[in-house]
Design a protein around this ligand. Structure first.
Ligand SMILES: [Zn+2]
Ligand SMILES: [Zn+2]
Length: 255
């Protein structure tokens, strides 16, 4: 009975994860309501996974009262109890991971009580951090091959969430697309990322590295350029700085 129960927990955990990833993918494809279900399933995944970790010490430890005469009727422990148990065993979760789990649980509860507002970009970043933290914790304390349990249709999106840089890059690109005012995205000249920058409030802003590149007018051809692409021209009278674009500068120097 006990080994069967353990297996159920892990299987249910990864089923929830795959379902969360499927909904997350729908969210990425533009169905914003799907993020809500991604959060619900993901919270379920974390809860079941941590219960599974506890059950590895002893299957009956997932019950609040493992000494009960009617064990099947006992309530099972929740996420915080599971985390405390693991901590007591010397398997502590990182403070940032704990904070993200609190955020996830709170958002899940709010969703269930229909009183939530979700910042979709924040949700994507948090799911990326949670995925990386789960994998770190798992590598350090448990060593389940989580990747092995990921379905083919959700593998790519899981890989992306699991890779910090990939997750950050694709989130930055999505934020750029969502926030762009002129319906264009630009490359960042500082971190060399493609499609992560937008024009806003008179400057180019990169959603990945945060760099802000002011838009300046070339004093010769009067076209707009990024400040980083221009040179300072006739800078005799600060604070009035004249800029010159690369094309004009080359033309003038070759005259
Ligand atoms: Zn950048
Ligand atoms: Zn010019």
């Amino acid at each position: 009975m006990t080994t069967e129960h353990e297996l159920d927990l892990l299987e249910n955990a990864v089923d929830s994860l795959n379902e969360a990833l499927r909904k997350y993918k729908e969210g990425l494809n533009g169905d914003l309501r799907a993020y809500k279900f991604a959060i619900i399933h993901y919270a379920h995944f974390i809860e079941l996974l941590f219960k599974y970790y506890v059950s590895e010490s002893h299957p009956l430890l997932i019950y609040k009262n493992p000494f009960s005469k009617k064990i099947q009727k006992e309530n099972t422990i929740g996420l915080w109890e599971a985390i405390q148990f693991l901590k007591n065993e010397g398997k502590e979760v990182e403070p940032e991971f704990f904070k993200d789990m609190e955020w996830l649980k709170k958002l899940r509860n709010d969703i269930e009580h229909f009183k939530f507002t979700m910042d979709v970009a924040e949700a994507r970043r948090a799911l990326g951090r949670l995925t990386q933290s789960v994998l770190d914790f798992n590598d350090t304390h448990a060593e389940i091959d989580i990747f092995e349990h990921i379905d083919a249709d959700t593998f790519k999106v899981f890989e992306e969430l699991a890779d910090e840089h990939k997750a950050a890059l694709s989130n930055a690109r999505r934020e750029a697309e969502e926030e762009s005012e002129d319906a264009e995205v630009y490359d960042c000249e500082i971190c060399w990322s493609k499609g992560t920058a937008i024009k806003i409030d008179g400057k180019y802003v990169c959603k990945l590295c945060g760099d802000e590149d002011p838009i300046v007018e070339c004093t010769v051809c009067t076209e707009d350029y990024r400040q980083s692409e221009c040179s300072i021209w006739n800078d005799d009278h600060p604070p009035y700085v004249d800029y010159i674009c690369g094309y004009c500068e080359e033309r003038i120097r070759n005259m």
